[in-house]
Design a binder for this molecule. Structure first.
Ligand code: FMN
Length: 204
C-alpha cells in the first residue's frame, strides 16, 4: 500500500520532524511505500489567489485547477492512504497545511453538486487517513477544554471524511511542553507503531 504523508513544520530539528521520521520508518518496515510532501520545503503556495477563488465559487466541476494543485491531487490519486503530520498551533494545524486544504480540496474533486443540486460523490477516493499531531498540552487538557472534539469535527469529519476519505483517525502526541524524556520517548514509540499498524483496523 502507498501513503502520501503531508508534513507541515518549518524545522527539520523539531519534535514533529522526529515524529515524521518514526512514523515513515514504521510504515516502510511494515512493507509499505510512502511519499512525503514537505509543504515548507516545497514552498507550497497556501494563499488562495483571486483566480482560484473565482474558480471555486464558479461551481464548474470541469474548470481547470492551478498546476501545483493538480500535482497534489495526482499524488492523492496515486496513494491508498494519507497522513498529516504537524504541530498543534493555536488549537489547529499550521496555516501552511490549512492553505493546502483550502487550495487542494477543489470543487469537482473533493465535493460537487449534480444538476439537481444534490451533493454528488467526490472524485477523490482514499481508503484511510491518519492525523498525527504533536501538542504541548496533555491529551487530558485538550479533551477537557473541547479542543480534541473540535479537531475531530474539523480535521476528520469536515476536511477528510466529508470529501472522499473512507476512514480517518486522529492521534495526538501530547504533553510535550513538559520537556520530559519519558513522554518524548513514548510519543515517538507511538508514532512508529502507528506507521507499522497504519493498514490494520482503526484504533480510535
Ligand atoms: C505558534 C505555536 C502555537 C502553539 N499552540 C499550541 C496549542 O494551541 N496547543 C498546544 O497544545 N500546543 C501548542 N503549541 C506547542 C506545540 O504544539 C508543541 O510544542 C509540539 O510538540 C510541537 O513541537 P515542535 O515544534 O518541536 O515540533 C504551539 C507552539 C507554537 C510554536
Amino acid at each position: 500500500m502507498h501513503v502520501y504523508a503531508l508534513f507541515a513544520h518549518p524545522s527539520k530539528e523539531s519534535f514533529t520532524a522526529e515524529v515524521l521520521e518514526r512514523f515513515t520508518r514504521g510504515l516502510k518496515e511494515a512493507g509499505h511505500s510512502v511519499q512525503v510532501g514537505d509543504l515548507y520545503e516545497m514552498r507550497f503556495q497556501t494563499d488562495m489567489d483571486a483566480g482560484q477563488y473565482e474558480r471555486e465559487t464558479g461551481f464548474d466541476p470541469e474548470a481547470p485547477v492551478p498546476e501545483d494543485v493538480r500535482a497534489e491531487q495526482a499524488k492523492i490519486d496515486s496513494a491508498d492512504g494519507l497522513a498529516f503530520v504537524y504541530p498543534l498551533w493555536w488549537s489547529d494545524c499550521p496555516a501552511k497545511l490549512k492553505g493546502w486544504f483550502d487550495r487542494v480540496l477543489t470543487y469537482g474533486y473533493a465535493y460537487w453538486y449534480d444538476s439537481s443540486g444534490e451533493r454528488a460523490a467526490p472524485r477523490m477516493d482514499v481508503q484511510r487517513a491518519l492525523v498525527l499531531c504533536a501538542a504541548g498540552h496533555t491529551i487530558e487538557h485538550l479533551e477537557e477544554t473541547g479542543i480534541v472534539d473540535s479537531m475531530r469535527h474539523v480535521m476528520l469529519e469536515d476536511r477528510l471524511l466529508g470529501v472522499g476519505v473512507r476512514e480517518a483517525s486522529l492521534e495526538i502526541l501530547g504533553g510535550m511542553v513538559e520537556k520530559n524524556a519519558d513522554i518524548r520517548r513514548r510519543n515517538l514509540d507511538r508514532a512508529y507503531e502507528l506507521g507499522r499498524t497504519f493498514w490494520q483496523a482503526s484504533q480510535n
